[in-house]
Design a protein around this ligand. Structure first.
Ligand code: AMP
Ligand code: GLY
Length: 420
């Protein structure tokens, strides 16, 4: 099989690494890819948000199967253009991708599916939104309706912060994404993510994870895309996972099918868990980054068979070979991230590190230049390891982190603390 993966982050490096291990993969191209991906696969610089460009590329390169990594091409309908052209693709349609691209759409689906989630109001008018905030009172959560690169959510502990957030959003702080807002009840509990493959009808769980969103140790400081993650998430016990499947995931898939927009791809289910009850925080229509890195580390080569089965609507006859293992990833980021940071510094010490089924450094933001690996993003490396226990995986990952010579970067020393 000739395979094309769309994306350029650590998520796509991990997907590429898993896919390459499967003997069914004859040729792999990643577009656009990055410095680390270029070491294991061909990379092609094309505009992946443009469906026609991707279709042409697929035809020219005799691609049999396309795996879409990030949300932007999904929200832009690239999966639809590929399906129309008769290409096998892993990833939801533009309509189904609204589960991530529109928070009010997700809330509407939850209502129809009777899925437990935060109570909410949906507003297109700032004064009505403010009246709702004054009536409900803080703590309260204000969300820009559209895609805002993970920044459109304000968890307000006092009324004024929530009211200011309304002014910012309607003032255009998140562009078009903030022209509508969802205001939610603040939910307490512990967060965890549940990853489900879907083929329009069947839901197949492929793992749980928890990430660390804050930049600083002890989960303090500014929000980031994620400074580390581990799998499995101990808080998502088998019993709670089953509840989430029965009460949230399957009813959502059934409702999407009923509306004529079946969900195919991976559903990233963000949950808040309290007193044994899971409630939905959000859906994403793609793998989490860096959660994907720990999931791929654990699934290995079978990941390709699973994604392929989802695309071919064969999940009801597909099983996951579970290993009783743990994986962790530690993000190394450029000094200054998530604020402004320098690009172009050299990362040394990578070549001496082990690269096997227990240890991998996935690249998130690197470019190879004259034989040297340089940092070209905020989150730059995902140092990932597997072990029989989380402690064992963690020790392996940090041993690699310490062997990397990159003074212009930093990392958190406490990834996994909650689970240990
Ligand atoms: P989202 O982009 O919807 O995942 O929101 C980003 C983060 O905000 C989540 O990971 C939660 O930590 C927090 N959050 C979102 N909605 C709520 C809520 N209703 N109650 C408490 N925290 C929330
Ligand atoms: N790590 C969080 C996300 O991918 O959205």
């Amino acid at each position: 099989m000739n395979i094309l993966i769309l994306g350029s982050g650590g998520r796509e490096h991990a997907l590429a690494w898993a896919v390459m291990q499967n003997p069914k993969c004859d040729k792999l191209i990643v577009a656009p890819g990055n410095g680390g991906i270029a070491q294991i696969a061909d990379c092609a610089k094309i505009n992946i948000d443009d469906g026609a460009t991707v279709v042409t590329f697929v035809e020219e390169n005799a691609i049999d199967f396309v795996i879409i990594g990030p949300e932007a091409p999904l929200a832009a309908g690239v999966a639809d253009r590929l399906r129309e052209a008769g290409v096998l693709v892993f990833g939801p349609s533009e309509e189904a991708a609204k589960l991530e691209a529109s928070k009010s759409f997700t809330k509407e689906i939850c209502d129809a599916a009777h899925a437990p989630t935060a109570a909410y109001g949906h507003f297109k008018d700032p004064e009505a939104a403010k009246a709702y905030i004054r009536e409900q009172g803080a703590p309260i959560v204000v969300k820009a309706d559209g895609l805002a690169a993970g920044k459109g959510v304000i968890v307000a502990m006092d009324d004024q912060t929530a009211l200011d957030a309304i002014d910012d959003m309607f003032g255009g702080a998140f562009g078009g994404a903030g022209a509508e807002v969802v205001i939610e009840e603040f939910m307490e509990g512990e967060e965890a993510s549940f990853f489900i493959l879907c083929d329009g009808k069947t839901a197949l769980p492929i793992g749980t994870a928890q990430d660390h969103k804050r930049v600083g140790e002890g989960d303090t400081g500014l929000n980031t895309g994620g400074m580390g993650a581990y799998s499995p998430a101990p808080v998502l016990s088998d019993e709670i996972a089953q509840k989430a499947l029965d009460e949230i995931v399957q009813p959502t898939i059934d409702e999407m099918a009923r509306r004529g927009s079946p969900y195919q791809g991976v559903l990233y289910v963000g949950l808040m868990i309290k007193d044994g009850q899971p409630r939905l925080v959000e859906y994403n229509v793609r793998f989490g980054d860096p959660e994907c890195q720990v999931l791929m580390m654990r699934l290995g080569a079978q990941a390709l068979d699973l994604l392929h089965a989802a695309a071919e609507e064969r999940l009801s006859e597909t099983r996951v070979n579970w290993a009783d293992d743990h994986a962790i990833t530690v993000v190394m980021a450029a000094n200054g991230y998530p604020g402004s940071y320098e690009k172009g510094s050299e990362i040394k010490g990578l070549k001496a590190l082990p690269e096997d089924s227990m240890n991998m450094v996935f690249h998130a933001g690197t470019t190879e230049k004259d034989g040297a690996m340089t940092a070209t993003g905020g989150r730059v490396l995902n140092v990932t390891a597997r072990g029989a226990t989380l402690q064992e995986a963690r020790d392996r990952a940090y041993a690699m982190v310490e062997a990397i010579d990159w003074p212009e970067g930093f990392y958190r020393r406490d990834i996994g603390w909650r689970a240990l």
